[in-house]
Write a new protein. Sequence first.
Length: 155
Amino acid sequence: MAAPIMTAAVLLDAAIQCTFADGAGGEIPYADIPEIKDGVTITGLELPNAYEMVLTLSNDQQIDILWDFARHYCDQSYRPTVEALAASARNTLGARIRRNRESAGLTQEQLAKQARIGRVTLTRLENGEQTPRFATLNSIAQALDVPVNALLIDP
């Protein structure tokens, strides 16, 4: 897929202008890059490959900016695609958690108690409304007596 490939990045007065292979592009304001603080300036920009840019700062720090951050930031039309993929992944994970819980013969209340999480949190996870931290996912897997992979990947 050519869309993620960065073809150019140029330092402007107040932003980095990024261009992608499909012609999309935009700007990342310096003020929105947390590592760039008062008195720190960008002294160099490299595109070592089509998937990242490296900024060199006046304090000799280097910052990697990956294509997905740049694309998400620069191209508002890309955001709905990424959000749809994330929602689909949350729904799929939630369905796997529910399927394993039901196979184990547990209610949401019972699983939540065994996993040491709130029942509301479990409900949100099963409904695809929330993405769990790994520790939470691991606790659920342990309570279900299944490997974490059983919740992440269909057999």
